[in-house]
Ligand binder design. Structure first.
Ligand SMILES: NC(=O)CC[C@H](N)C(=O)O
Length: 359
């Protein structure tokens, strides 16, 4: 029931209509802290029932007003669990939401005529135009670092909000922003990383010229196969700096290694996906949002599958056997419920500290 604002603003959903299975959405309204980016990216939002009340001390408006502000169509009154079962048996498909006075057949024709997800580069719509240094001390960024107050060093602002005191900077890294969620930046900073963010088409040489201690590859929308310019740049970074990728970043590494991805019949979504660490056998409950997956058989021998999804046994993590490179398909930064996977940000710091990049 929670997390709808994060879903709406996750750039990875660019170009997609999202349907929620929880029966009532909007209960706690929207606020100025939960946005994962500066805009709503879903193309349409489908729910069973909009809560008639938006109630929370953090609330600054209703979901209805929010979608209107961003001119994103929403529809309620849909049996979204039946819809989900339909998509599960038939596969993810094109859809159409309209207020035009047309027949269902005409709406189906419009849905079929829409450009398909496969083969489309949606990253160019969400990547920043220029590099920027993420400043965790600016007001807005600090507002993102709310913690639950578990006794860790905290600070209370004039509005009574509790903030985490950030640790000193330990490592300077560069992050490719393919449509990055803000909580990734927040989690990186919480682990002591200072982050310089660069656009998706930044050349490997320009990244290396910044002399980063490591490179992070973000999540992002669309078909990973379409981003050949990224695959190329990553090949220029491999072996020269430690690399950590999440979701689209993980898929990009799959291509840079010489592998490929395929489109899943239906994507992995939501906060309840079981993933097994192949080496330890340990299972974590993870948050996921992806429609494509790396094809394990396409990978070269020097890359190992470190994690698998226990529902369909697809690849959920990769690790290079000799170079300091690893990635996960799911979202260690997301926390709609479990925080099982949060340790990956610490792993990245450890990798930087223990590897000897050849530069
Ligand atoms: N969250 C993501 O980074 C999604 C990656 C990719 N666009 C997919 O759907 O598989």
């Amino acid at each position: 029931m929670t997390g709808y604002q994060e879903v709406l603003t996750d750039p990875s959903y660019r170009g997609q209509i999202v349907a929620m299975t929880a029966p009532q959405i909007g209960n706690y309204g929207v606020n100025n802290l939960d946005d994962e980016s500066a805009a709503v990216h879903v193309r349409g939002f489908v729910i069973e029932e909009l809560s008639p009340v938006a109630s929370s001390w953090r609330s600054r408006g209703t979901l209805d007003e929010y979608l209107k502000k961003w001119e994103v169509p929403g529809i309620q009154g849909i049996d979204t669990r039946a819809l989900t079962k339909h998509l599960r048996s038939r596969g993810a498909m094109q859809g159409c939401l309209t207020t035009d006075n047309i027949t269902p057949e005409e709406a189906v024709a419009r849905a079929k005529a829409a450009p398909p997800m496969a083969g489309s580069d949606f990253v160019k719509e969400v990547t920043p135009e220029a590099p920027y240094a993420w400043d965790p001390e600016d007001r807005e960024s600090r507002a993102w670092t709310i913690v639950k107050g578990d006794g860790a060093a905290t600070e209370v602002t004039e509005n009574g909000e509790v903030f985490e005191k950030l640790p000193p900077v330990k490592h300077r890294i560069v992050a490719y922003d393919f449509g990055m969620k803000r909580n990734i930046l927040r989690r990186l900073r919480q682990e002591g990383f200072q982050v310089q963010v660069v656009p998706a088409d930044t050349k490997a040489a320009d990244v290396l010229a910044m002399k980063p201690e490591g490179v992070f590859l973000s999540n992002g929308p669309g078909d990973p196969a379409a981003l050949t310019y990224v695959h190329e740049n990553l090949r220029g970074l491999m072996g020269r700096t430690p690399i950590f990728g999440i979701c689209l970043g993980h898929q990009m590494l799959g291509y840079a290694f010489g592998g490929k991805t395929f489109k899943l019949k239906f994507g992995h979504r939501g906060g309840n996906q079981p993933v097994q660490d192949v080496a330890t056998g340990k299972v974590t409950i993870t948050s996921q949002n992806h429609g494509f997956a790396v094809d394990a058989d396409s990978l070269p021998g020097e890359v190992e599958v470190s994690h698998i999804n226990l529902n369909d046994h697809t690849v959920e993590g990769l690790r290079h056997k000799s170079l300091p490179i690893f990635s996960v398909q799911y979202h260690p930064e997301a926390a709609p419920g479990p925080n099982d996977a949060g340790y990956f940000f610490r792993e990245f710091a450890k990798l930087i500290e223990t590897s000897q990049p050849g530069r």
